[in-house]
Design a protein around this ligand. Structure first.
Ligand code: BDR
Ligand code: CA
Length: 313
């Protein structure tokens, strides 16, 4: 089967970096471009980090374009630098990027590619959905020409930025709601499943032995683990963003329910909550495929084997 054409919109970010490597190592995917957005750390850092990861993977040929430097409406005081480090890839010791980002805005790049291949491209968004909402607003025909959107975001049984809000949705709730109301084919891979998508200390030790990518991958995952140990008391690291990519590679990894999902865009304590209306009590039509179940071992085997294959090239 021909590889699926795909664009990754991201805010690297340690788990974003691992997700990029997973995608680049997977023959089922044809990665067309990387686009960046502000989220885990400011846009200048997410962009530099995206370029650094492409250098690490030997893919400096791929276009990378920077997008939105802030959410649509309200700029939160906090980001995720406590989790991912000041650079966003702390612990990796990766060198500065070999080149600058493309001279094109991320939203324009996605629009151009979508119109070149109508109905073909999957957009996997693993950061806040600001660029995706701007695409819907500024280039509606290109937005409609995407095959589908798979986004890492949301939580229906406990958030990570508040009791109910997950980071990517919390950072730009209005953008998420805009995408959910768009009529596009949207899949949401949230914390309900990504908190089961873990790597352990033993996995990191094994990854460290891989030629080329091993030291950087292990270094950043060990840094990422500090926050996990502090918050969850376990020596594990969640691979939120890789799970969204893994679903694009192997749909059997997730079990989904198609239902109405909406975001709390108010300014109260539930801002950024994703309300997953499985029983249809809001009366809204179904607008998202919500991930409810994950085949954890299938995911782990895919991620670990693909990272190993990448380092062998
Ligand atoms: C999401 O937030 C970010 O910190 C991660 O990169 C991931 O995309 C998890 O809530
Ligand atoms: Ca991310």
């Amino acid at each position: 089967m021909a590889p699926q054409p795909l664009i990754i919109d991201c805010d690297p970010g340690i788990d974003d970096a691992i997700a990029m490597l997973l995608a680049l190592a997977s023959p089922e995917l044809e990665v067309l471009a990387i686009t960046t957005v502000a989220g885990n750390v400011p846009l200048a850092n997410t962009t530099a980090n995206g370029l650094r990861v492409l250098d690490l993977a030997g893919r400096a040929d791929l276009p990378l374009a920077a997008g939105s430097s802030r959410p649509l409406i309200w700029v939160p005081e906090d980001d995720s630098s406590a989790t991912h480090g000041e650079t966003g890839l702390d612990g990796s010791e990766l060198p500065a990027p070999s080149r600058a980002a493309a001279d094109e805005h991320a939203v324009d790049l996605i629009a151009r590619l979508a119109l070149e291949r109508p109905g073909e491209i999957t957009l996997v968004a693993v950061g806040p959905l600001t660029n995706v909402a701007l695409l819907a607003a500024m280039h509606p025909a290109a937005f409609a020409a995407l095959r589908r959107i798979i986004a890492m975001g949301g939580a229906s049984n406990g958030g990570n930025m508040s009791p109910s809000a997950e980071f990517n949705v919390w950072f730009d709730p209005e953008a998420t709601e805009r995408v959910l109301q768009s009529g596009q084919d949207v899949t949401l891979v949230g914390l309900d499943v990504t908190r089961q998508a873990i790597l352990t200390s033993a996995d990191i030790e094994a990854l460290e032995q891989l030629p080329t990518i091993g030291p950087a991958v292990a270094g950043m995952l060990r840094f990422y683990m500090r926050k996990h140990v502090a918050w969850y008391g376990e020596e594990i690291v969640y691979q939120h963003d890789s799970l969204a990519l893994a679903y694009a590679i192997d749909p059997d990894i997730l079990g989904l329910v198609y239902c109405h999902v909406e975001v709390d865009t108010g300014v109260g304590p539930a801002r950024g909550a994703t309300l997953v209306d499985r029983l249809g009590v809001f009366g809204g039509s179904a607008n998202a495929h919500w991930a409810e179940r994950v085949d954890v071992e299938r995911f782990r085997a895919l991620l670990l084997s693909r990272l190993a294959s990448l380092s062998c090239r």
